[in-house]
Design a protein around this ligand. Structure first.
Ligand code: MN
Length: 309
């Protein structure tokens, strides 16, 4: 098990988040290529999340709301408030732009925002926005589970993704101990979002009859993200009272991707074109109806030389 310290990052104007992916130690978990933990933070006194119009390519943005509300607007004309227990999924395909604004000063905002890389076969999929107000939820040994993506324990989430993925939220108001069967062909990432969690895992040896590897004893909190390589068949989680965590997983992503600012691509040339199209106001990235602020300019790709776009 690889334990990675989250790093601080800024969203919009001075709104701090903790970033679990990508880091130097780990770029992806399955097709999950970005994971920001927002809050919990009390809004008000000028503190809020306000992200001006910005583009995305070749990815899906995935927002999981735990507390508070965020208003999403995009260049398809979508306008949707997301509330606790809900998922918003925006599929960029070749190009989309959106804004995100936290609502209700005086309340607490707590969310996770992730990106899912699109495989090359679906890089040009039609841009789309999907809101999932209801997801499979159940209880097990005092732990409340929500399935955000994929299949688990006979439940199937409606979330439309293009590679094999899973995401689960676990919440233990009184504390709890659960044992989760995992897919040995998946890799997994675990992030406590409230309180602390102790993971213990069983990794079956590749050959039958040989010893299994077990790992245990690490106390994780919201500052640390744990990565489990493929081969783990069982994960036991001991959640302290009031704790909550997010488990993501997926089939290791077979393709290499390039990320620059808000762009994901399968080549630098694709990013060069997306960068130029965004900077030049191309119809590839239409305006966001209702947006109350100017477009965010993109930083120039670090590998570019010569005159800027
Ligand atoms: Mn975005």
């Amino acid at each position: 098990m690889q334990v990675i310290a989250l790093r601080k990052a800024e969203l919009g104007e001075g709104f701090q988040v903790a970033r679990a992916l990508p880091t130097r130690e780990r770029r992806m978990v399955g097709a999950w290529c970005f994971l920001d933990h927002l809050g919990p933070v009390e809004l008000g006194g000028g503190r809020g999340m306000h992200v001006a119009p910005h583009p995305h390519t070749c990815l899906q943005t995935f927002t999981w709301m735990m507390r508070g509300e965020i208003l999403h607007r995009d260049s398809l004309g979508s306008e949707q408030v997301i509330r606790p227990g809900q998922v918003n999924l925006m599929t960029a395909g070749p190009g989309i732009a959106h804004t995100e604004d936290s609502l209700q000063d005086g309340t607490v905002l707590h969310a996770a925002q992730l990106w899912i890389a699109l495989p090359d076969s679906h890089a040009a999929v039609e841009p789309a926005f999907d809101h999932y107000p209801e997801l499979p939820q159940w209880q097990h040994k005092g732990v409340e589970l929500s399935l955000l993506v994929g299949e688990f324990a006979g439940y199937v989430a409606p979330t439309r993704v293009y590679t094999p993925l899973v995401a689960l939220d676990l919440h233990a108001p009184q504390g709890g101990l659960v044992s989760l069967p995992l897919r040995r062909d998946f890799e997994y990432g675990l992030l406590p979002t409230v309180g602390s969690v102790i993971p213990r895992f069983v990794r079956n040896a590749p050959a039958e009859g040989t010893a299994t590897e077990t790992g245990e004893g690490v106390v994780l909190d919201a500052h640390r993200f744990a990565y489990l390589a493929p081969g783990v068949t069982s994960l036991q989680l001991e959640l302290a009272p009031g704790s909550r965590c997010l488990l993501i997983g997926g089939e290791p992503f077979a393709e290499s991707i390039t990320m620059w600012w808000n762009f994901v691509a399968h080549s630098k040339g694709y990013i060069d074109a997306a960068y130029a199209d965004w900077q030049n106001g191309s119809a590839r990235f239409p305006d966001v109806p209702g947006a109350t602020s100017a477009r965010l300019p993109s930083p120039r790709p670090a590998w570019q030389t010569g005159p800027a776009a």
